[in-house]
Design a protein around this ligand. Structure first.
Ligand SMILES: [Zn+2]
Length: 472
């Protein structure tokens, strides 16, 4: 039976300069595993964590050691020894595992060491001790192969990227998810929100064995030049001799225009918001207010974990730091659920009224018609010389002003009608699956605030009477 192995990739700041991103490390590792006939059980990735710095914990590396130790995997492939272990301490932990079971397999893309042999272990110790980088012959060979395939517009092998089947045809299940996510991105939804949704639905896994979906994975899947048929090499669009993008021989998911629009949105957001926060947003942050001091309340993660649950709970807590009294707080989920059910009930009831009533019409249709009629009669009378031009000019401005006011009012009315229609359409979908920004907009359409009143001491049970919605 083929050994089940792990791929380990790590990106450090230097790698970006060298063009050795995690994706490329992983690709090369996967290619190597394939050549050896090994099965990849799992991909472990540490982002931007230096293996060289002491006291830096690499969570995925730790997990890798644990999985090797308990036999979940039979070996590993990494890009090179540098990526894997630069600290003698880390190397010794790995070597212990290889000493313990001789059948474990090991390979690096650069072929710089082999921990599964005694000589290799000695070599590794020397290399780590002198932080010595070794020959990159194998890496160069694989790079040359990549470039060759790229220039021919051929996929470079390895598993099919998310959205496509192995033969280059569009994956009929995955492609609609990509297109939908792109539409949402264009509509203002953040990549983080899309990432969470995909993660929960198990979508977007670029390679088997990858369980965690990183922000940059999702960004890449939605902006990959491959989507419109462009071949890339090391992340750059590959150009042919005449300077035109090399087209791949696979089916496209986007037109060039569609793909460019998505890239433009992502680039624009990065420019505007370079240091965006990854903090979780809570539904009623900034909508909820303290019932005592009326200062806005934000959600915050509870330090204590809810027993029997592996998810952290959160609370809406009046905070002294934000200028509040700090005396009022409530566990968040029941508050959210209560408010969501209230708002949806109200919006559904309104939608029902609208459906029952005859089509809602702007109430001042008759007045506008009368004003326009007056204007026409006056100008007509002046033409017929029934009134003087000076009389016309005295009467006309007031009528014209009123006409313009009414038209503006009609425009606003129509806009409002359309917005409510789209709001209701959305509330029929599962509210919680909407992006948080959209959920907040829906809440704010009905409520101007939610007051959270103090609960008595020792009160444990959620009491909806202490949550006061302020309707618009
Ligand atoms: Zn307060």
């Amino acid at each position: 039976m083929a050994p089940k192995i792990a791929v380990y990739a790590r990106i450090s700041r230097d790698d970006e300069r060298d063009g050795l991103g995690v994706a490329r490390q992983r690709e090369d590792c996967e290619r190597l595993a394939e050549l050896r006939g090994w099965d990849i059980a799992k991909v472990y990735e540490d982002n931007d964590v230096s293996a060289f710095k002491r006291n830096v914990r690499r969570p995925e590396f730790e997990l890798l050691l644990a999985d090797l130790g308990n036999g979940l995997i039979d070996g590993l492939v990494a890009y090179d020894l540098d990526r894997l272990a630069r600290q003698p301490k880390d190397l010794e932990r790995l070597i212990d595992l290889y000493d313990e079971r001789k059948q474990r397999v090991f390979a690096t893309v650069t072929n710089d060491v082999n921990l599964s042999s005694a000589d290799g272990r000695t070599m590794a110790r020397v290399m780590v001790a002198f932080a010595n980088k070794s020959s990159h012959d194998a890496a160069r060979r694989i790079q040359r192969k990549h470039l060759e395939l790229a220039q021919q517009g051929k996929p470079s092998g390895g598993p099919a990227p998310y959205g496509w089947l192995k033969d280059g045809r569009v994956d009929p299940e995955a492609a609609p998810h990509i297109r939908e996510a792109q539409q949402r991105l264009l509509a203002g939804v953040r990549i983080g929100t899309i990432r969470t949704g995909w993660q929960n639905q198990g979508l977007g896994h670029p390679r088997k064995g990858t369980t965690r979906l990183a922000h940059h994975h999702v960004e890449h899947m939605l902006t990959n030049p491959r989507l419109c048929g462009f071949r890339t090499y090391h992340g750059e669009i590959l150009l042919d001799d005449s300077g035109q993008p090399v087209r791949g021989d696979w089916e496209v998911i986007n037109t060039v225009e569609e793909w460019e629009a998505v890239c433009a949105v992502v680039a624009e957001r990065k420019r505007k918001d370079p240091g965006r926060s990854f903090a979780r947003k809570y539904l009623l942050s900034g909508i909820a207010r303290c019932g005592l001091c009326h200062v806005k309340i934000r959600g915050q993660v509870n330090r204590k974990w809810k027993p029997g649950s592996n998810a952290a709970t959160f609370s809406y807590q009046c905070s002294v730091v934000n200028g509040g009294c700090g005396k009022v707080g409530r566990v968040g989920d029941p508050v959210d659920d209560f408010i969501i059910s209230l708002v949806l009930a109200e919006q559904r009831a309104k939608a029902g009224e609208r459906a029952a009533a005859p089509a809602h019409q702007w109430p001042n249709v008759a007045e506008l018609a009368a004003v326009e009629n007056d204007i026409a009669e006056l100008t007509g009378a002046a033409k017929e010389k029934q009134i003087t031009i000076s009389t016309l000019l005295q009467l006309l401005p007031d009528l014209e002003r009123r006409r313009d006011e009414l038209k503006l009012e009609r425009g606003r009315f129509n806009k409002e009608q359309q917005q409510t229609a789209s709001l209701v359409a959305d509330s029929d979908k599962d509210f919680k699956s909407l992006p948080i920004e959209r959920q907040q907009a829906l809440i704010l359409h009905s409520l101007s605030a939610v007051l959270i009143h103090p609960a008595g001491r020792g009160k444990r049970k959620f009491d909806p009477d202490l949550i006061e919605p302020v309707w618009r």
